[in-house]
Design a protein around this ligand. Structure first.
Ligand SMILES: [Zn+2]
Length: 158
């Protein structure tokens, strides 16, 4: 079990027996990011919903989002980090198409983080849900060779 940070867990402590959002967590286990889509008003939600906030319909579909996005904003927390968490913690708003996802960047060097860089989904295991299934939250890491990445050419002279 890795670090658990409640602020980036949209629906804490929900198991398949007590939430209609279980497909979201099941998909994270297989490295997929789902959200809900309202066919009535053609609106994609983030975080996923059980009722459309626009038209109040509860007839929502699950759709898969791309597993990559770009860093829209970020902050690096180096002090006051809770015990058991790595220092520093990197929080980011990741833009996945038109959606903005508040998340943590994991397995990432703070010096490499900048706006516009491409990140990819890397869900973090945070223990078990009330039914004993492995539970993940959506976190991201820097993508290698992504569209937003600066390319560096190393010139070697003899
Ligand atoms: Zn709707």
């Amino acid at each position: 079990m890795s670090e658990y940070f409640r602020a980036v867990d949209p629906f804490p402590l929900q198991g398949s027996q007590n939430t209609r959002l279980a497909p979201f967590y099941e998909a994270l286990r297989s490295q997929k990011l789902l959200t809900t889509f309202c066919p009535q008003c053609a609106l994609r939600h983030w975080p996923p919903r059980v009722v459309c906030p626009d038209c109040l319909s509860d007839r929502l579909d699950w759709i898969e989002l791309p597993d990559q996005g770009t860093i829209h904003a970020y902050t690096i927390q180096d002090t006051g980090v809770p015990p058991g968490f790595p220092r520093p913690l990197i929080f980011a708003v990741v833009r996945v198409e038109e959606l903005r996802i508040f998340t943590r960047l994991v397995e990432t060097e703070p010096g490499q983080v900048e706006r516009g860089r491409t990140v990819r989904l890397l869900p973090s295991a945070v223990g078990q849900d009330p039914e004993g299934d492995e539970r993940y939250v959506p976190t991201f890491t820097l993508a290698r060779g992504g569209a937003g990445e600066t390319s560096l050419v190393k010139i070697v002279t003899a």
